[in-house]
Ligand binder design. Structure first.
Ligand code: BYC
Length: 319
C-alpha cells in the first residue's frame, strides 16, 4: 500500500512540491512521495500496455492491406507502437518496479489499458479511423504529457509525439481517399467514423468531476491538463477535419459556439465506458488472451536474450 501523504516527511514533501511548482523535473533517484511513485507506475504502465495492446487491431490488417505502399506504412506504424511500449516500460522500471510485475498486473486484470482497443476493426476503413481518431486523440493527450513532471516519462513523450503525428496523417489519408472514392468506399469510411468516434472521446477518461486521480495528478503535474479539457481540444480540431473530407461526425448536437470557439456536443454513454473498462467490452477477452499467449510463446526468446547477455558479460570479465 502507498504511504498516506500525511505520513510523509512534511519538509521533504514541501521541498518536493516546490520543485514541481518551479517546473524542475523529478528524476529516478530523487526523493518522491510514495503516492507519486505508485501513481506514476499506474499511469505509465497503463500507457505502455495501451501501446502494445493497440497493435492488435492493426496487426490483423497487415496481410490484407490494399497495396504494398499501404502495407509498408501500416507495418512501420505498428512497429512504432511496439517501440513506444518499450520506451514506456523502461521509463516505468526506473520507478523501482520490474517488467515481470508490470505484465503480471496486466494479465491479472489489475492494470488497465485504453478502453478504445476493446472494439473490433472489421474493415480497412478502421485502419483509417484508428490512425486519424485514436492516434489523433492520443497526440492531444501526449503533447500535454511532454511537460509531465517525471523526467523519464516526459522524455519518452517527446520522442513518441514525433512519431504519432505521422500515424495520425496515415489514418487521415486513408479516410480522405476512401471518402472521395466510390459510394461503397465512402460508406465504409463513414461507418468506421460512426463506430470509432465515441470510443475515441472515451479515451480521455471520465468527466473531471468523476475522475479519481485528476486532482492530485494535476497538483504534482503528472497530468498537465484535465480529461475534459483535452477531450474538448480533440473535438474542436477534429470536427473541421471531418467536414473537409465530406464525412459526418455521428452527433446531431455538435454546435460551434462562436464566442468560445468550442463545439458543444452530446454527452458520452458513460455506462458503455465503465462497462468496457471493467472488462466487458466487445474484445476485452480476445485482446488479453492474445497478449497472454504471445507472452508465453516469447518465453524462449527472453531466456535466450538473458543467456546471451550473460555470456557477453562473462566474455568482458575474462578478456
Ligand atoms: N481506458 O481518474 P481517471 C496509442 C481509468 S495508446 C481505460 O481520470 P487518470 C495508440 C483510469 O485508469 C496511448 N481506463 O484516471 C496505440 C482509472 O482507473 P484506475 C494511450 C481508463 O489516470 C496503438 C479510472 O478510469 N494513452 O496512442 O487520471 C495504436 C478513473 O480515471 C480510461 C495513454 O495511455 C480509458 N480511456 O486519467 C494506436 C495516455 N480513462 O487506474 C494508438 C496516458 C480512465 O484507478 N494516460 N481510465 O484503476 C492518461 O493520460 C490518463 O491515465 C487518462 C486517465 C487520461 C487515460
Amino acid at each position: 500500500m502507498a504511504k498516506e501523504l500525511e505520513e510523509e516527511d512534511p519538509i521533504k514533501l514541501a521541498a518536493f512540491q516546490a520543485k514541481i511548482d518551479a517546473e524542475i523535473k523529478i528524476e529516478p533517484k530523487d526523493w518522491m512521495p510514495e503516492k507519486y511513485r505508485i501513481g506514476l507506475i499506474r499511469q505509465m504502465s497503463q500507457h505502455a500496455h495501451s501501446e502494445v495492446i493497440g497493435m492488435q487491431p492493426e496487426g490483423n490488417w497487415v496481410s490484407r492491406a490494399p497495396s504494398l505502399r499501404a502495407k509498408k506504412i501500416l507495418m512501420a506504424k505498428i512497429q512504432d507502437e511496439g517501440g513506444h511500449g518499450l520506451y514506456l516500460y523502461c521509463a516505468t522500471e526506473t520507478l523501482g518496479t520490474s517488467r515481470d510485475e508490470i505484465l503480471e498486473n496486466l494479465h491479472a486484470g489489475k492494470a488497465k489499458y485504453a478502453s478504445v482497443f476493446n472494439y473490433p476493426a472489421p474493415t480497412w476503413a478502421d485502419m483509417g479511423a484508428i490512425g486519424w481518431l485514436v492516434d489523433g486523440a492520443a497526440i492531444v493527450n501526449q503533447v500535454s504529457l511532454q511537460k509531465t513532471s517525471y523526467g523519464p516519462y516526459s522524455r519518452a513523450m517527446v520522442r513518441i509525439c514525433k512519431e504519432e503525428s505521422f500515424h495520425q496523417r496515415q489514418g487521415y489519408e486513408i479516410m480522405a481517399n476512401m471518402a472521395k472514392g466510390s459510394a461503397a468506399q465512402h460508406k465504409m469510411a463513414q461507418d468506421a467514423l460512426d463506430r470509432w468516434w465515441w470510443p475515441s472521446l472515451m479515451m480521455f477518461g471520465p468527466h473531471d468531476s468523476e475522475s479519481a486521480h485528476t486532482s492530485q495528478s494535476m497538483k504534482w503535474k503528472i497530468k498537465r491538463e484535465t480529461n475534459d479539457s483535452l477531450r474538448q481540444q480533440f473535438i474542436d480540431k477534429t470536427v473541421p477535419q471531418a467536414e473537409l473530407i465530406g464525412l459526418k461526425i455521428p452527433d446531431d448536437n455538435l454546435k460551434l459556439d462562436s464566442e468560445t470557439g468550442h463545439y458543444s456536443h452530446t454527452d458520452i454513454d458513460w455506462d458503455e465506458f465503465w462497462n468496457v473498462i471493467k472488462g466487458y467490452g466487445p474484445c476485452n477477452k480476445k485482446r488479453l488472451d492474445h497478449h497472454k499467449k504471445a507472452h508465453a510463446e516469447g518465453q524462449w526468446v527472453r531466456e535466450a536474450a538473458i543467456a546471451y547477455a550473460k555470456k557477453q558479460e562473462l566474455k568482458l570479465k575474462t578478456a
